[in-house]
Design a protein around this ligand. Sequence first.
Ligand code: ATR
Length: 281
Amino acid sequence: MKLSGKTEVYGVIGYPVKHSLSPPMQTKAFQSLGIDAVYVPFEVKPERIKEAAEGLRALNIKGVNVTVPHKEKIAELVDYLSEDAEFLGAVNVVKNVDGELHGYNTDVDGFLQSLLDEGVEIEGKRVTMFGAGGAARAVGYAVLKAGAKFLNIVNRNFSRGKEVGELLGKRGNVLVFPLKDGTVSTLLKDTDIIINTTSVGMKPDDPPLFDYSLIPEGITVVDIIYNPPETPLLEAAKKKGCKTINGLGMLLWQGAFAFEIWTGRRAPVDVMRKVLEEELY
Ligand code: ATR
């Protein structure tokens, strides 16, 4: 790779950021299209996000991904928000347009595209989603945007679930439930798509989120975790003849849509997917 005086700078802002797969994925994307750009990690402490946003303008950094814990704060610091970013109050992509910062949320369409890729339609479907964190907001909103019949939100901390339910309820039929096997059992009898947005399943010794024998035969089960590629939830679902989808596609497509926002070019999705697979598995 040859750098020049015209090389443009992109990156990812997070804390921590060392584990991020965006630098190898986006770097390969720029290289494969012959775009004169670099993509680097920026480790930014929570208390310095405002200075970092100013730094993007001052240094004419062309665009960044924004990850945990900055997605909400950066939404208050940009000059323009896309409709999705504004609704969620969360930004994962910033584009610098002549010193104006434009904020987007590609987690939403990234999630939807990852399901479309696997031939899963959401319109008219009954969806049960576990979790009520930042990821759940984007995923739940995506599900309603795509026309789900209803969304059940199940969360361990019920009041946190209620908060998300209140927000997402503006976009569709949403009910909130506590995480209890009896409740889950009832809900899953009328569910077409299960989605896990919690961190349960990342560590091999995590106790199960719920009794996985309750998963109905042959439905669709999505886990936004991508490492490991097959969580115990997905493993159990597979044994029940379910269609299973992990989080790799969401990671890929949020990045692909970011690339398209920055460059106006079609993202080299196959190249990007290959980088993720090589880095992870
Ligand atoms: P993210 O931004 O990735 O969504 P988060 O905001 O920390 O992360 O949210 C984590 C989610 O995983 C929450 O819904 C959390 O449930 P609580 O709100 O009850 O804390 C859920 N979670 C994490 N560990 C869990 C566990 N052991 N059992 C059930 N839910 C868990």
